[in-house]
Design a binder for this molecule. Sequence first.
Ligand code: SF4
Length: 366
Amino acid sequence: MLRNSIIFTLEDIAKYPFSKDAVEYIRSIDITLRDLDEYLREQIFEKSYRRVASAIEEKRIVSRQRAYLEPRIDIENLDIEILSFPVAILLVKLMDDPLLASRYSIAESKRAAAFLKRENDEKIIYLATTTFNWNVSLNSDITSRYKAYAFMIDFPSYLKNVPEYSPKWKLVNRILYKGNVLLTKQDLVRLMEEAIKDRILQQVLKRQNFQLPEDAAAKWVNKIEEKWKKYRSRISLRKPVKLSEDAYPPCIVSLIEDVKAGKNISHAGRFVLAAFLINIGMSPDEVLEIFKSSPDFNESIARYQIEHIAGLRGSRIRYSPFKCENMKSYGLCRYDDVLCKGIKHPLQFYYKRASRRRYGDKIHEN
Ligand code: SF4
């Protein structure tokens, strides 16, 4: 495949199976799993299963030969490699669990990012423009001061894909050039990793007609279910059964006090408070109730924002509050010499204290 002097090979399609070229390629071969002989079909299912199992166990997609730390593609069986991606998406979809969908999307996005880091600049730009419609280009007109910034991207594409709320990604800390944001290769790959994760998650969550032969898929769905059960229960265990207000960290207590006192708290403060409460198990309605004392409270806007943070809207990703380091840079940390010692994240503070409290309760009962 030759477009704009970029050669996008079948190997590239296997590396980036979410790309526009991959979608076109799969459409062009026009086969369904029912058309394939049983042996080939089982090989595709097996490979798809390994993708999902690896995401569950390793939080990344690793090759069968685990000696390789970097992801690899099976060049002997490129079509199996390529078709295993849409089939894996359908298997995850059949599991109908947003947590698994998120885990799988993250693992696939990390796999793609590992490949992207090794690509030349032109191919990275090709993928970003054709697959995500970003306005990215090579930064050819730079002074030696900005030599490390090989790429530039327009504001909307940048803002839409900022991977985390940390000082590094805030516009005030970026170099702006002719209306664009300058990026290093590492920055651009990180932005793309985020966009890939969102794209895959959307594919898993999107309504569509199943094209998997359900009889053949059942065995693989059961295998995934078996594996996921173990990890799922460990993740669920991290949540305390009951909300423990006395386990809130000082930063959150301070934000709640400010909201209750009718003080106007910053955008970052609202985000942190809502994300914290959602993550410890409060419903959006309960969080909304807390924000009702805000001086500029607008129920529909607040509900939209809280539901967005809870992953019920937009990207369908549940956001987490900032880690302590970033809380400090936003001026939101209320460090307590005793309570916050060794704490790196407000949720870590909460889970630690809440579980200690539960453990203490049990000792008491005995
Ligand atoms: S150290 Fe962390 S948990 Fe403690 S107040 Fe600061 S941000 Fe909150």
